[in-house]
Design a protein around this ligand. Structure first.
Ligand SMILES: NC(=O)c1ccc[n+]([C@@H]2O[C@H](COP(=O)([O-])OP(=O)(O)OC[C@H]3O[C@@H](n4cnc5c(N)ncnc54)[C@H](O)[C@@H]3O)[C@@H](O)[C@H]2O)c1
Length: 325
């Protein structure tokens, strides 16, 4: 990674900040596009703004994306910028499709025009692309049948990305990730950060229940995700990697009540009851990923158990985030 010229979109977000930090530590020359950045973001807390080349603007601006690639002689692109929350996407479908689909198109098309420097484009997709399925765990051969605005935007993004390999030979790899948690997620309406914050304040955590059961998700720790990106990049020249999508998950579907109870136990807040809320947004009931392909072709597998990941996460919120004041 030493001096590798890297462009990261979505670097100020939860996952993007961890990738940015890791790449800087590896000696890469990192350029980021910033649409917004809070002082309480992991990106700011880690002081990453002082260690990268910054362009301010929106992923919808294709001219700017191309300018960045040309001016910075970009070799590798990590594309993570997105409207990444289900409920936000549900409320703002037009913005979601604009950012997640057109934004992805802008990155891919600018990269296609500059393969003199660009060697790899890694695109952040999601297990949401598979939608509700009777067959679990999901594998990469399944039909993509996401059906609400966020899920559909990720289906389009995922297909667009792979089409640029098949049509233009652009060296793209797509990662389909389960539910990511870890230090630095400021999206407090997500289960893990939301529960930790409520319990820290002595308040009841929320359990959102759909009409037909309980949500189960494949929870993945952020360090396993950073590794997943590095495995995709380091193996891009291996047969069966470029132009492919890979599932990244633990293979375990954990229900949200179990996650909340584990957090209560680590935080020693078992006496605080949870509040059950009816979910009115249509969401997939159970998600579970088969990551065999990632293991066989990339050598990746999840290393962190949910308990270990949650312990590290809670430790960070308590000893760093909640002390920011
Ligand atoms: N967090 C998860 O559990 C998870 C799971 C699977 C896939 N993903 C995908 O991973 C990626 C990162 O997710 P995250 O959790 O870090 O999300 P996040 O919401 O924390 O970060 C999103 C980033 O995108 C940027 N962004 C949003 N709109 C933009 C625009 N118009 N122009 C430029 N930048 C814009 C934001 O500023 C932020 O930096 C997303 O593509 C998401 O769909 C996330």
């Amino acid at each position: 990674m030493k001096n590798k010229r890297i462009f990261i979109t979505g670097a100020t977000g939860f996952v993007g900040a961890h990738i940015t930090k890791h790449l800087i530590e590896q000696g890469a020359n990192v350029t980021v596009l910033i649409e917004r950045c809070d002082s309480s973001s992991y990106f700011s807390i880690c002081g990453l703004d002082k260690k990268v080349n910054i362009y301010y603007g929106d992923i919808s601006d294709g001219t700017l994306i191309e300018q960045i690639i040309v001016e910075q002689k970009i070799e590798v692109i990590f594309h993570l910028a997105a409207v990444a929350l289900q409920d936000l996407a549900y409320k703002m479908p037009k913005v979601t499709f604009q950012v997640n689909i057109v934004g992805t198109y802008n990155v891919l098309d600018a990269a296609r025009l500059h393969t003199d420097t660009v060697e790899a484009v890694l695109v952040a997709s999601s297990d949401k692309v598979y939608g509700d399925s009777d067959v679990l765990p999901y594998n990469e051969n399944m039909v993509l049948q996401g059906s609400n605005p966020y899920d559909v935007s990720k289906v389009c993004q995922d297909m667009l990305a792979r089409s640029f390999y098949h049509s233009y030979g652009l060296p793209v790899v797509v990662g389909r990730f389960g539910n990511i948690y870890g230090p630095g997620d400021n999206n407090f309406n997500r289960l893990v950060p939301g529960t930790v914050q409520k319990l820290e304040n002595g308040e009841s955590p929320l359990l959102r229940y759909p009409a037909n059961g309980i949500f189960k998700r494949d929870f993945l720790y952020i360090k396993d995700i950073v590794n997943a990106y590095m495995y995709m990049l380091n193996n891009i020249n291996k047969e069966g990697v470029v132009g492919n999508a890979f599932n990244f998950g633990t293979g375990i579907a954990t229900d949200i009540e179990t996650v909340v109870n584990k957090i209560k136990s680590i935080m020693k807040c078992e006496d605080i009851p949870s509040v059950v809320q009816k979910s009115n947004v249509s969401e997939i009931l159970v998600q579970q990923l088969d990551a065999t392909k990632a293991f066989e072709r990339l050598g990746w597998k999840a290393e962190y158990s949910l308990d270990k990941g949650l312990e590290e996460t809670i430790d960070w919120y308590r000893n760093v985030y909640f002390k920011l004041g």
